[in-house]
Design a protein around this ligand. Structure first.
Ligand SMILES: [Zn+2]
Length: 369
Protein backbone atom coordinates (compact mmCIF):
# COMPACT_ATOMS: atom_id res chain seq x y z
CA UNK A 1 0.00 0.00 0.00
CA UNK A 2 1.61 3.24 -1.08
CA UNK A 3 0.58 6.76 -0.20
CA UNK A 4 -2.64 5.39 1.17
CA UNK A 5 -4.21 7.02 4.14
CA UNK A 6 -5.57 4.51 6.51
CA UNK A 7 -9.19 5.03 7.39
CA UNK A 8 -8.18 5.92 10.92
CA UNK A 9 -8.25 9.65 10.43
CA UNK A 10 -10.54 10.14 7.54
CA UNK A 11 -13.67 9.21 9.41
CA UNK A 12 -12.94 11.69 12.17
CA UNK A 13 -14.03 14.58 10.01
CA UNK A 14 -17.59 13.33 9.96
CA UNK A 15 -17.77 12.25 13.58
CA UNK A 16 -19.65 15.28 14.73
CA UNK A 17 -23.10 13.89 14.20
CA UNK A 18 -24.74 10.69 13.15
CA UNK A 19 -25.97 11.14 9.60
CA UNK A 20 -29.77 10.96 9.35
CA UNK A 21 -29.37 8.17 6.83
CA UNK A 22 -27.90 5.99 9.56
CA UNK A 23 -31.18 5.85 11.41
CA UNK A 24 -33.01 4.78 8.31
CA UNK A 25 -30.39 2.15 7.54
CA UNK A 26 -30.51 0.69 11.01
CA UNK A 27 -34.26 0.79 10.88
CA UNK A 28 -34.08 -1.22 7.69
CA UNK A 29 -31.78 -3.75 9.29
CA UNK A 30 -34.17 -4.17 12.18
CA UNK A 31 -37.16 -4.39 9.90
CA UNK A 32 -35.45 -7.10 7.91
CA UNK A 33 -34.72 -8.97 11.07
CA UNK A 34 -38.21 -8.58 12.54
CA UNK A 35 -36.78 -9.40 15.91
CA UNK A 36 -33.70 -7.93 17.44
CA UNK A 37 -32.09 -11.24 18.28
CA UNK A 38 -32.04 -12.05 14.58
CA UNK A 39 -30.53 -8.77 13.54
CA UNK A 40 -27.68 -8.94 11.07
CA UNK A 41 -25.91 -5.65 10.75
CA UNK A 42 -23.83 -4.71 7.77
CA UNK A 43 -20.42 -3.22 8.48
CA UNK A 44 -21.81 0.21 7.65
CA UNK A 45 -24.73 -0.18 10.05
CA UNK A 46 -22.34 -1.36 12.75
CA UNK A 47 -20.18 1.72 12.17
CA UNK A 48 -23.18 4.05 12.32
CA UNK A 49 -24.13 2.55 15.67
CA UNK A 50 -20.55 2.81 16.92
CA UNK A 51 -20.33 6.43 15.84
CA UNK A 52 -23.43 7.28 17.86
CA UNK A 53 -22.09 5.39 20.89
CA UNK A 54 -18.70 7.09 20.58
CA UNK A 55 -20.38 10.48 20.47
CA UNK A 56 -22.11 9.78 23.78
CA UNK A 57 -18.88 8.57 25.38
CA UNK A 58 -17.04 11.66 24.13
CA UNK A 59 -19.78 13.95 25.42
CA UNK A 60 -19.62 12.21 28.78
CA UNK A 61 -15.85 12.28 29.34
CA UNK A 62 -14.53 14.88 26.91
CA UNK A 63 -11.57 14.37 24.59
CA UNK A 64 -7.94 15.26 25.32
CA UNK A 65 -7.21 18.02 22.84
CA UNK A 66 -3.68 16.91 22.06
CA UNK A 67 -2.67 15.91 18.56
CA UNK A 68 0.68 14.35 19.61
CA UNK A 69 -1.00 12.11 22.19
CA UNK A 70 -3.68 11.02 19.73
CA UNK A 71 -1.03 10.45 17.05
CA UNK A 72 0.99 8.16 19.30
CA UNK A 73 -2.01 6.11 20.47
CA UNK A 74 -3.26 5.94 16.88
CA UNK A 75 0.09 4.65 15.63
CA UNK A 76 0.19 1.84 18.21
CA UNK A 77 -3.48 1.07 17.62
CA UNK A 78 -3.06 1.02 13.86
CA UNK A 79 -0.15 -1.41 14.04
CA UNK A 80 -2.54 -3.75 15.86
CA UNK A 81 -5.59 -3.00 13.71
CA UNK A 82 -3.73 -3.75 10.48
CA UNK A 83 -2.88 -7.20 11.83
CA UNK A 84 -6.39 -7.83 13.19
CA UNK A 85 -9.13 -9.87 11.54
CA UNK A 86 -10.88 -6.68 10.37
CA UNK A 87 -8.16 -4.34 9.10
CA UNK A 88 -10.53 -2.46 6.79
CA UNK A 89 -12.70 -0.95 9.52
CA UNK A 90 -12.27 2.83 9.93
CA UNK A 91 -10.26 2.35 13.11
CA UNK A 92 -10.36 5.45 15.29
CA UNK A 93 -8.48 5.90 18.56
CA UNK A 94 -9.77 8.44 21.06
CA UNK A 95 -8.17 9.59 24.32
CA UNK A 96 -10.82 10.58 26.88
CA UNK A 97 -10.20 13.51 29.20
CA UNK A 98 -10.62 11.94 32.64
CA UNK A 99 -8.47 10.69 35.53
CA UNK A 100 -10.49 7.47 35.68
CA UNK A 101 -8.70 4.35 34.46
CA UNK A 102 -10.80 2.78 31.77
CA UNK A 103 -11.10 1.78 28.13
CA UNK A 104 -14.17 1.37 25.97
CA UNK A 105 -14.69 -0.32 22.61
CA UNK A 106 -17.62 0.93 20.54
CA UNK A 107 -18.82 -1.08 17.53
CA UNK A 108 -17.32 -0.52 14.10
CA UNK A 109 -13.80 0.46 15.11
CA UNK A 110 -14.02 3.18 17.79
CA UNK A 111 -11.49 2.53 20.55
CA UNK A 112 -11.46 4.84 23.59
CA UNK A 113 -8.85 4.94 26.33
CA UNK A 114 -8.77 7.38 29.22
CA UNK A 115 -5.99 9.80 30.12
CA UNK A 116 -5.95 8.08 33.53
CA UNK A 117 -5.24 4.73 31.90
CA UNK A 118 -2.39 6.21 29.87
CA UNK A 119 -0.99 7.62 33.12
CA UNK A 120 -0.97 4.20 34.74
CA UNK A 121 0.63 2.41 31.80
CA UNK A 122 4.41 2.21 31.80
CA UNK A 123 5.41 1.12 28.34
CA UNK A 124 4.19 0.64 24.78
CA UNK A 125 3.69 -3.10 25.18
CA UNK A 126 1.20 -2.42 27.98
CA UNK A 127 -0.62 0.12 25.82
CA UNK A 128 -0.69 -2.42 23.00
CA UNK A 129 -2.08 -5.02 25.41
CA UNK A 130 -4.95 -2.78 26.46
CA UNK A 131 -5.74 -1.58 22.93
CA UNK A 132 -5.59 -5.12 21.55
CA UNK A 133 -8.06 -6.28 24.20
CA UNK A 134 -10.48 -3.55 23.12
CA UNK A 135 -9.89 -4.28 19.43
CA UNK A 136 -11.04 -7.85 19.94
CA UNK A 137 -14.31 -6.65 21.48
CA UNK A 138 -14.86 -4.88 18.15
CA UNK A 139 -13.61 -7.54 15.73
CA UNK A 140 -15.67 -10.08 17.68
CA UNK A 141 -18.79 -7.87 17.47
CA UNK A 142 -19.31 -8.30 21.19
CA UNK A 143 -21.64 -5.32 21.66
CA UNK A 144 -24.17 -6.36 19.06
CA UNK A 145 -23.94 -9.90 20.39
CA UNK A 146 -24.67 -8.74 23.93
CA UNK A 147 -27.70 -6.75 22.80
CA UNK A 148 -29.03 -9.76 20.95
CA UNK A 149 -28.40 -12.17 23.79
CA UNK A 150 -29.76 -9.86 26.45
CA UNK A 151 -32.68 -8.56 24.42
CA UNK A 152 -31.74 -5.21 25.86
CA UNK A 153 -33.86 -3.43 23.33
CA UNK A 154 -37.51 -4.33 23.66
CA UNK A 155 -39.66 -3.94 20.61
CA UNK A 156 -43.36 -3.63 21.14
CA UNK A 157 -45.48 -6.26 19.46
CA UNK A 158 -47.10 -3.78 17.10
CA UNK A 159 -44.17 -1.42 16.87
CA UNK A 160 -43.10 -0.51 13.37
CA UNK A 161 -39.43 0.04 12.83
CA UNK A 162 -39.13 1.89 9.57
CA UNK A 163 -38.42 5.54 10.22
CA UNK A 164 -38.63 4.92 13.97
CA UNK A 165 -35.90 7.14 15.31
CA UNK A 166 -37.01 6.29 18.83
CA UNK A 167 -35.97 2.72 18.21
CA UNK A 168 -32.59 3.84 16.92
CA UNK A 169 -32.11 5.86 20.10
CA UNK A 170 -32.97 2.85 22.22
CA UNK A 171 -30.49 0.74 20.28
CA UNK A 172 -27.80 3.36 20.90
CA UNK A 173 -28.80 3.45 24.59
CA UNK A 174 -28.46 -0.31 24.86
CA UNK A 175 -25.14 -0.39 23.02
CA UNK A 176 -23.75 2.44 25.16
CA UNK A 177 -24.77 0.62 28.33
CA UNK A 178 -23.04 -2.54 27.17
CA UNK A 179 -19.90 -0.64 26.26
CA UNK A 180 -19.76 1.27 29.55
CA UNK A 181 -20.74 -1.60 31.85
CA UNK A 182 -18.61 -4.27 30.30
CA UNK A 183 -19.14 -7.57 28.61
CA UNK A 184 -19.74 -11.06 29.86
CA UNK A 185 -17.07 -13.37 31.15
CA UNK A 186 -16.76 -15.24 27.86
CA UNK A 187 -16.19 -12.09 25.85
CA UNK A 188 -13.61 -10.84 28.32
CA UNK A 189 -11.66 -14.10 28.18
CA UNK A 190 -11.80 -14.04 24.39
CA UNK A 191 -10.52 -10.45 24.34
CA UNK A 192 -7.71 -11.30 26.75
CA UNK A 193 -6.61 -14.34 24.78
CA UNK A 194 -6.94 -13.01 21.25
CA UNK A 195 -5.65 -9.62 22.38
CA UNK A 196 -2.33 -10.80 23.76
CA UNK A 197 -1.91 -13.08 20.75
CA UNK A 198 -2.41 -10.06 18.50
CA UNK A 199 0.04 -7.92 20.48
CA UNK A 200 2.60 -10.72 20.36
CA UNK A 201 2.08 -11.19 16.62
CA UNK A 202 3.06 -7.60 15.84
CA UNK A 203 6.13 -7.77 18.07
CA UNK A 204 5.05 -6.57 21.51
CA UNK A 205 5.87 -8.50 24.67
CA UNK A 206 2.60 -10.32 25.43
CA UNK A 207 3.05 -9.74 29.17
CA UNK A 208 1.89 -6.12 28.77
CA UNK A 209 -1.79 -6.63 29.56
CA UNK A 210 -1.12 -8.72 32.66
CA UNK A 211 1.43 -6.22 33.96
CA UNK A 212 -1.09 -3.43 33.64
CA UNK A 213 -3.92 -5.38 35.27
CA UNK A 214 -1.63 -6.29 38.16
CA UNK A 215 -0.72 -2.63 38.70
CA UNK A 216 -4.37 -1.67 38.47
CA UNK A 217 -5.26 -4.16 41.20
CA UNK A 218 -2.53 -2.73 43.41
CA UNK A 219 -3.80 0.78 42.82
CA UNK A 220 -7.39 -0.13 43.62
CA UNK A 221 -6.41 -1.53 46.99
CA UNK A 222 -6.21 2.10 48.10
CA UNK A 223 -9.96 2.43 47.78
CA UNK A 224 -11.06 1.64 51.33
CA UNK A 225 -14.40 0.21 50.28
CA UNK A 226 -12.67 -2.51 48.34
CA UNK A 227 -9.60 -3.06 50.48
CA UNK A 228 -8.86 -6.68 50.99
CA UNK A 229 -11.70 -8.04 49.01
CA UNK A 230 -10.60 -6.76 45.65
CA UNK A 231 -6.96 -7.40 46.50
CA UNK A 232 -7.51 -11.11 46.78
CA UNK A 233 -10.11 -11.25 44.11
CA UNK A 234 -10.03 -14.80 42.80
CA UNK A 235 -11.26 -13.84 39.37
CA UNK A 236 -8.42 -11.42 38.82
CA UNK A 237 -5.93 -14.05 39.96
CA UNK A 238 -7.57 -16.57 37.69
CA UNK A 239 -7.49 -14.11 34.82
CA UNK A 240 -3.80 -13.33 35.29
CA UNK A 241 -2.99 -17.01 35.66
CA UNK A 242 -4.76 -17.77 32.41
CA UNK A 243 -2.71 -15.12 30.59
CA UNK A 244 0.56 -16.55 31.93
CA UNK A 245 -0.44 -20.07 30.95
CA UNK A 246 -1.35 -18.97 27.44
CA UNK A 247 1.92 -17.09 26.96
CA UNK A 248 3.90 -20.14 28.06
CA UNK A 249 1.93 -22.81 26.21
CA UNK A 250 1.73 -20.88 22.94
CA UNK A 251 5.43 -20.06 23.26
CA UNK A 252 4.79 -16.37 22.68
CA UNK A 253 8.23 -14.88 22.33
CA UNK A 254 7.96 -11.25 21.26
CA UNK A 255 9.93 -8.96 23.52
CA UNK A 256 9.44 -5.30 22.53
CA UNK A 257 8.31 -3.20 25.49
CA UNK A 258 9.49 0.26 24.34
CA UNK A 259 9.32 1.98 27.70
CA UNK A 260 11.49 4.91 26.61
CA UNK A 261 9.34 5.68 23.61
CA UNK A 262 6.21 5.49 25.76
CA UNK A 263 7.45 7.75 28.55
CA UNK A 264 8.80 10.28 26.07
CA UNK A 265 5.32 10.69 24.60
CA UNK A 266 2.98 10.11 27.53
CA UNK A 267 3.72 12.19 30.61
CA UNK A 268 0.44 12.08 32.53
CA UNK A 269 0.66 11.32 36.24
CA UNK A 270 -1.70 8.76 37.79
CA UNK A 271 -4.36 9.91 40.24
CA UNK A 272 -5.22 7.70 43.23
CA UNK A 273 -8.64 6.16 42.96
CA UNK A 274 -9.63 7.84 46.22
CA UNK A 275 -8.72 11.25 44.75
CA UNK A 276 -10.80 11.00 41.60
CA UNK A 277 -13.66 13.49 41.52
CA UNK A 278 -16.97 11.93 40.58
CA UNK A 279 -20.07 13.34 38.98
CA UNK A 280 -22.93 13.86 41.40
CA UNK A 281 -25.64 11.35 40.69
CA UNK A 282 -23.27 8.65 39.57
CA UNK A 283 -23.95 6.85 36.35
CA UNK A 284 -27.47 8.11 35.84
CA UNK A 285 -27.90 9.48 32.38
CA UNK A 286 -24.64 8.08 31.10
CA UNK A 287 -26.21 6.41 28.15
CA UNK A 288 -28.27 9.45 27.37
CA UNK A 289 -25.10 11.40 26.82
CA UNK A 290 -26.89 14.46 25.58
CA UNK A 291 -27.09 16.99 28.34
CA UNK A 292 -30.83 17.28 27.94
CA UNK A 293 -32.41 15.87 31.08
CA UNK A 294 -35.33 14.35 29.26
CA UNK A 295 -32.91 12.15 27.37
CA UNK A 296 -31.50 10.65 30.54
CA UNK A 297 -32.88 7.18 30.76
CA UNK A 298 -32.92 4.91 33.79
CA UNK A 299 -30.10 2.38 33.71
CA UNK A 300 -30.81 -1.32 33.89
CA UNK A 301 -29.56 -2.94 37.10
CA UNK A 302 -26.08 -4.46 36.93
CA UNK A 303 -26.14 -8.07 35.87
CA UNK A 304 -24.98 -10.60 38.39
CA UNK A 305 -22.07 -12.75 37.46
CA UNK A 306 -20.56 -10.42 34.92
CA UNK A 307 -16.85 -10.77 34.44
CA UNK A 308 -16.54 -7.08 33.75
CA UNK A 309 -19.09 -5.13 35.73
CA UNK A 310 -18.06 -1.72 34.51
CA UNK A 311 -15.79 -0.67 31.71
CA UNK A 312 -15.02 -4.06 30.26
CA UNK A 313 -11.32 -4.01 30.97
CA UNK A 314 -10.94 -3.08 34.58
CA UNK A 315 -13.72 -4.87 36.34
CA UNK A 316 -13.25 -8.57 36.76
CA UNK A 317 -15.88 -10.11 38.98
CA UNK A 318 -18.80 -7.74 38.78
CA UNK A 319 -21.05 -9.51 41.23
CA UNK A 320 -18.53 -9.71 44.05
CA UNK A 321 -17.45 -6.21 43.45
CA UNK A 322 -20.98 -4.94 43.67
CA UNK A 323 -21.36 -6.39 47.16
CA UNK A 324 -17.99 -4.98 48.15
CA UNK A 325 -19.11 -1.59 46.98
CA UNK A 326 -22.38 -1.79 48.80
CA UNK A 327 -20.60 -2.09 52.14
CA UNK A 328 -18.46 0.99 51.58
CA UNK A 329 -19.30 4.43 52.84
CA UNK A 330 -19.06 6.30 49.56
CA UNK A 331 -20.41 3.31 47.75
CA UNK A 332 -23.82 3.60 49.36
CA UNK A 333 -24.81 5.76 46.43
CA UNK A 334 -23.40 3.23 44.02
CA UNK A 335 -20.70 5.59 42.81
CA UNK A 336 -17.83 4.02 40.91
CA UNK A 337 -14.90 6.42 40.43
CA UNK A 338 -13.70 4.64 37.29
CA UNK A 339 -17.02 5.09 35.56
CA UNK A 340 -18.52 8.10 37.28
CA UNK A 341 -15.42 10.30 37.21
CA UNK A 342 -15.61 13.90 36.15
CA UNK A 343 -14.57 14.36 32.54
CA UNK A 344 -13.50 17.21 30.30
CA UNK A 345 -15.98 19.43 28.53
CA UNK A 346 -14.73 19.24 24.95
CA UNK A 347 -16.09 16.28 22.94
CA UNK A 348 -14.43 17.40 19.72
CA UNK A 349 -12.46 14.64 18.01
CA UNK A 350 -8.77 15.19 17.36
CA UNK A 351 -8.12 14.15 13.76
CA UNK A 352 -4.97 12.16 13.10
CA UNK A 353 -3.72 11.04 9.72
CA UNK A 354 -1.35 8.11 9.57
CA UNK A 355 0.23 7.28 6.22
CA UNK A 356 1.60 3.87 5.32
CA UNK A 357 5.08 5.39 5.27
CA UNK A 358 4.65 6.87 8.75
CA UNK A 359 3.41 3.56 10.06
CA UNK A 360 6.36 1.71 8.55
CA UNK A 361 8.77 4.23 10.07
CA UNK A 362 7.09 3.88 13.46
CA UNK A 363 7.43 0.11 13.39
CA UNK A 364 11.04 0.27 12.22
CA UNK A 365 12.04 2.76 14.90
CA UNK A 366 10.55 0.49 17.52
CA UNK A 367 12.13 -2.65 16.13
CA UNK A 368 8.73 -4.15 15.35
CA UNK A 369 8.70 -6.66 12.47
ZN1 LIG B 1 -12.96 -6.13 27.91
Amino acid sequence: MTHAFFGVALVMAVMVAVPPAAEAQLGQALKRAQQLRDVQMTDQEEQDLGLAVSLRIRQRYGVVQSEPVHRYVTLVGTVLAQASSRPALPWTFIVLDTDAVNAFAAPGGYVHITRGALALLRNEAELAGVLAHELVHITGKHTVGAIQKGKLVQMGADETVAGNSGLFDRLVDAATNVVLQGFGRGEEIESDEDGIALANRVGYAPQGLGAFLTRLSERNKDATEKRGLFASHPEMKERLGRLDTQIASAKMASTATLADRYTSRITYKPVAITAIAVVEGGAAGLAGGDEKAEDAKPQPPPKKGRFGGVGNLVRPGGAERQSAQATGSGAARGVDPERDAVGGSNPKPVPVRVTAAQLAEFKKAGGLP
